[in-house]
Design a protein around this ligand. Sequence first.
Ligand code: WTA
Length: 648
Amino acid sequence: MSEKVYPVSKEWAERAHIDKALYEKMYQASIDDPESFWGEHGKRIDWFTPYTKVKNTLYGKDEVSIRWFEDGTTNAAHNCIDRHLETRGDQVAIIWEGDDPSESQKITYRELHDHVCRWANVLRNRNVEKGDRVTIYLPMIPEAAYAMLACARLGAIHSVVFGGFSPDSLAGRIEGCGSKTVITADEGLRGGRKVPLKANVDAAIARLPEGAVDHVVVVKRTGGDVAMEPGRDVYYNEAAEMVTADCPCEEMNAEDPLFILYTSGSTGSPKGVLHSTGGYLVYAAMTHQYVFDYHEGDIYWCTADVGWVTGHSYILYGPLANGATTLMFEGVPTYPSISRFWDVVDKHQVNIFYTAPTAIRSLMGAGEEPVKKTSRKSLRLLGSVGEPINPEAWEWYYKVVGDERCPIVDTWWQTETGGILITPLPGAIAQKPGSATLPFFGVKPVIVDAEGKELAGACEGNLCIADSWPGQMRTVFGDHERFIQTYFSTYPGKYFTGDGCRRDADGYYWITGRVDDVINVSGHRMGTAEVESALVAHPKVSEAAVVGYPHDIKGQGIYAYVTLMAGEEPSEALRKELVTWVRKEIGPIASPDLIQFAPGLPKTRSGKIMRRILRKIAEDEFGALGDTSTLAEPAVVDDLIENRQNRH
Ligand code: WTA
């Protein structure tokens, strides 16, 4: 734990929207009287019918219901586009930087309006209506933004699936929300390599019941040759020729869903996290403005993929609702060279840069020179998201990338929270490397022990949030019971985050990582249960247990213990085969880093796998296995230690 403190500079305290005194005043007001606080701040977006009710939320034992601004009506696309046309129609809304540095585009708000209206009409011609679900499986191209906003315009609910997911994963997500329309591209392009998106969609649809998907709209990205099913598939550019660039915004209730985003939990298949229109947009916009201290004219770049929540809230909805210029990057940090991020910063004169610790750690490995040879003078603020940032990476980011000039906002939040909950505000809160620091307005973090008792002062335990905020997810799509069970049953009356957390004597929060069976690999959430079920689906595998272990670059790596079917022999070839298998079943982000063939797994006498022991061995901390007296066969553990794969 770093004890260093980086105070807010005088310059920052003066220029920022929020200084320390204002933060304290606003935070107190937001907690004392959420109704008035959000009643006021809800006005930052346009409402067709203004709300008269602000907060109506219940964290009950058997009933959880979350409603914000519930009698107001609005439209997210109107707020992200139309309302800006008069004042900033010719301002750049999206800067797109292609995988190849020779390709980039600037799209003004007026052009964005045109594109989104055409997209909306193309979808409407394919019978997409208010409330329908649309699956979007696109690379990082402007069309991803157009398609998402077109859904919002029509009141359709988009479900974006990250382009790195396999056909199987995609099929599950199409079926899970019952989308009849899928939007994709012929191929994606990342780091000079092609990703067969359309072929993956075809393979996904082939796994679904006949007629599950009526329409596939295909963007030509590479122009690669792909199969087109007549009557079902259409190229976007051809369909767009038939429509006008005029499409009114559907009037949506604040509580009408805006999108679904699938995310991994500790058990079962990924959950469809459902977000609202009004509360979500207010929260995304407000956090974007204050956390990144966004000012008119700033160039803002979040390096996430739109397939994740960070891309939804902080590439698209937050920045565009604020009339910002947001940069969208198709490529990877290492192509064509390891200086790419910083080259892009210089090329587009980026002022605010938001990325993940895993990217920082991987670039650190190449040393300072690839960074130092670029200017980066335009940078003013740096951000971090997705996993705990270790103090070494924080210091490197601060010193080498930011030249000790730029504060770092370490933003803690989740797919479920819709926006940032714990973070420094750069003009208000002194930073400590590795700490997400203090709560945003309206957020009441509490730390509880295993029994659910609230801990006071400096302490460590499980992180809960005591009351609702507008950006909170409303339910698990189609399964409200699962929503209550997952987030509100562990500690009744509180939202349980699944994260462990320490609070220090200054009241600063330090996220220690997941306390459930979710692992965080390069900032991507993986359910261990998902990887396990992929492994046991292999004909040679009888049983599998998956845990996380510390990984220098990825944060956590995936460690799989695999028991083979009787008669099968462990081999290097089989190890490789299993890795390939999991990549095919889920996607490359789920590739096991280490596989240990285990003749048996440690179980209690009632047959429950003792994951605590497996975690310790994977961490190479087998000296501290704790109580093993309940093991059915203690000898199993000796073999596991003997053949462990992670050795310091
Ligand atoms: C982790 C990403 C420490 C955490 C926005 C959380 C973090 C999970 C941070 C959510 C941070 C995210 N410091 N841990 N600044 N940000 N996490 O849903 O474990 O992909 O529960 O949302 O990432 O991941 P998700």
